[in-house]
Design a protein around this ligand. Structure first.
Ligand code: ATP
Ligand code: MG
Length: 391
């Protein structure tokens, strides 16, 4: 029996004339993710997208898993495909959902007939199918309110699809429909979650990471690669820029007041990230900051960080509690990587008593002790780049 993945679209059905673009992007994103698994026919039909394997030996479980990560999908389900013939529909349902129906005590049938030429209407399909399944599975009774299993029968123009309750998809908007943003990514818990949230709103990502060898190790950088690779299973392939940051940090340490160290460093990060973002056609910067979480994330500190760049800075986690961020990190499988114990450049030279209520003037005065432009130039000139592929 032929099996497909049946996908229902998310918010994009609301988008009027843009809908076509959104659908096409979604189909392109699905194709790209499934291509390594074999040949598939992927098309949008009657407000759904169908994914049909064209080869016998494709890893269908893996295909379903990959689809579950793709943004723009409200729900997805595996479905058995049958002819538009009631007898065949019954036989296929009994076979395709056999295990679920045997394990259940109660069920109901929901039918949808979008092909109005099919001789039975939806209530008649439900009655026929329900009667048949009751006879075929003596363990079952009907419960229309809280059934253990709901059997869906969808009679569409191109065939009939049989499935049980669909799974919730990754939601959001297809990546690539909203332009591009540069995410400042550390090895911590927060920034991968921020990246995921922004990609979910349809933005393509470019990643910028600051490394400080010899104070930070190759392993710390590899951890960021691993994190991004996991994010990329949702956000798609992306470039990662690694900035050599030790020299900037040493200059700040040697020449500026200790309590301003972190903020000055963060302002350098923003400036360098903005330069890379412009080169890469990104229109915004993304960070994993959350209000009040650490000294550099007080309102005053954030105002100071923003003051040195002209691009919009999005902080999707600004109002989130750490526990909520951790819940998301677990859900998207970045948490276990984030808690690996490798140092980040932010933990190098941290001040004992960081300033929590900074003023831009104070920071600008401290920066007069440095050659800001040439330090930023040097970071941009020596940056290295690689491509991150989904895990
Ligand atoms: P995270 O868990 O994302 O590391 P954090 O709570 O540890 O965040 P900070 O270390 O103050 O917070 O960093 C705040 C934000 O600055 C991070 O979310 C990230 O966007 C950016 N950032 C911090 N360190 C780096 C780095 N080494 N490279 C790139 N961006 C960084
Ligand atoms: Mg951090």
């Amino acid at each position: 029996m032929k099996e497909i993945i049946l996908i229902k679209l998310g918010e994009l059905v609301l988008k009027g004339l843009n809908r076509r673009v959104f659908e096409d992007t979604l189909i392109k994103n699905i194709s790209r993710r499934l291509k390594p698994l074999g040949k598939f026919d992927i098309r949008s039909r009657q407000s759904a997208v169908t994914v049909t394997p064209l080869e016998d030996d494709v890893d269908f479980d893996e295909a379903v898993e990959r689809v579950s990560h793709i943004f723009g999908i409200a729900t997805y389900t595996r479905a058995g495909v049958t002819e538009k013939d009631m007898e065949q529909m019954k036989a296929v349902t009994a076979e395709y959902l056999r295990r679920k129906l045997l394990a259940a005590k109660t069920f109901k049938v929901e039918a949808k007939r979008s092909d109005k030429k099919f001789p039975l209407n939806s209530p008649a399909i439900c009655a026929e199918m329900g009667g048949y399944l009751l006879k075929r599975f003596p363990n079952l009774t009907v419960d229309v309110h809280h059934p253990d299993v709901t059997v869906y029968v969808e009679v569409r123009d191109f065939g009939v699809y049989i499935h049980s309750s669909p799974e919730r998809g990754a939601g959001g908007i297809p990546v690539g429909t909203g332009g591009k943003a540069a995410v400042l990514i550390s090895g911590g818990i927060d920034s991968p979650v921020a990246a995921w949230q922004i990609a979910r709103r349809g933005l393509e990502l470019t990643a910028v990471h600051f490394a400080s060898p010899p104070y930070t190790s190759d392993r710390a950088e590899q951890k960021v690669v691993d994190l991004l690779s996991q994010v990329s299973s949702y956000a798609g392939r992306m470039k990662m820029f690694t900035v050599q940051f030790a020299h900037v940090q040493e200059e700040i340490r040697d020449k500026c007041p200790e309590e301003l160290f972190t903020l000055l460093m963060r302002r350098f990060m923003m400036r360098v990230a903005q330069r890379i973002a412009v080169q890469e056609d990104c229109l915004a910067l993304i960070t994993g900051e959350s209000l009040g979480q650490v000294a550099s994330q007080t309102l005053q500190a954030i105002c100071c960080t923003d003051a040195c760049v002209s691009m919009p800075v999005f902080r999707p986690l600004i109002g989130s509690d750490k526990v909520d961020i951790i819940d998301t990190a677990r859900k998207i499988d970045t948490f276990d990587i984030s808690i690996e114990p490798y140092e980040d450049c932010c933990t190098v030279f941290t001040p004992k008593h960081p300033c929590t209520r900074p003023h831009v003037d104070t920071l600008e005065n401290a920066e007069k002790l440095l050659d800001v432009e040439s330090l930023v130039d040097e970071c941009v000139r020596t940056v290295s780049v690689r491509t991150i592929y989904p895990r």
